[in-house]
Design a protein. Structure first.
Length: 256
């Protein structure tokens, strides 16, 4: 199975080397790696160019934001399945993509498969601050604001052809809205990968404070309604007490 992995970046010189090297260490032998850079003004491209001979496609040009960059990468991808790995995240183990391939092989009907992710502090990559466990996710929970971990999700290229690209009208929640289309509108079959696939540095756009949280939940309600899925803000906010458990029920240190 050919796996296309898309990294989107902008001014990511401090972190992108970890991202790239985690991909290049993978044991899976059929990987198409694509980097979409938004015309960074720091040393991001100098670092990327140091690995250019091992990266299938590199694009560096202005874009309209994170989701526009993702759409560019997906349009260029030729793999059977496509994953998104942001430039401040990295694959948890060297066999992460092999696990993805095994999951699709074991579940040939699945149009997407997802595993778990962990969050770590930017200055302490070994200590887990939050464990995003997708074991209990079911598509109906999208109406209550739950979603699979987007960085731990891989989607068949043909599924993207069915549902279309990421909507650029959302600042934070276009990944959530994509799951609504995949799992509630199209009702595509899915599979779970029972391991941590990605380690994320805390502090991204969707996890960076109260204002981002308010916007995130408002966009979740909007995304459901625009796709004919009923929800309301109280339903979405009901997940918050359970989200706290992700900070409490976690291993003290991640195993790599």
């Amino acid at each position: 199975m050919k796996i296309s992995l898309v990294t989107v970046a902008y001014n990511s010189a401090a972190t992108i080397r970890d991202t790239i090297e985690s991909v290049l260490r993978q044991t899976h032998d059929d990987i198409e790696y694509i980097i979409i850079d938004g015309a960074s003004k720091d040393d991001t491209m100098a670092i990327v160019n140091g690995y250019r001979d091992r990266i299938a496609t590199v694009v560096s040009e202005p874009d309209k934001g994170l989701y526009d960059a993702m759409n560019k990468g997906i349009a260029l991808a030729t793999g059977d399945v496509i994953g998104i790995l942001n430039s401040d995240d990295f694959l948890e183990t060297d066999d992460a993509l092999a696990a993805v391939a095994r999951a699709f092989a074991a579940n040939p009907q699945a149009q997407l498969a997802y595993g778990d992710i962990v969050f770590v502090e930017p200055d302490d990559l070994a200590t887990v601050t939050r464990y995003y466990d997708a074991a209990n996710f079911r598509p109906w929970k999208l109406r209550f604001g739950w979603m699979p971990p987007h960085p731990g999700t891989y989607v068949r290229r043909e599924a993207y052809a069915q549902v279309g690209e990421y909507s650029t009208q959302y600042r934070i929640s276009a990944d959530y809205e994509m799951f609504v289309r995949l799992l509630l509108v199209k009702k595509l079959p899915w599979a779970r990968i029972d391991q941590v696939l990605v380690r994320m540095r805390a502090g991204g756009v969707s996890t960076s404070g109260l204002r981002s949280s308010i916007r995130l939940n408002a966009e979740i309600v909007q995304a459901c309604r625009r796709n004919g899925v009923y929800t309301n803000l109280l339903m979405v906010l009901s997940k918050l007490p359970f989200k706290l458990l992700e900070y409490i029920r976690r291993p003290r240190r991640a195993v790599r």
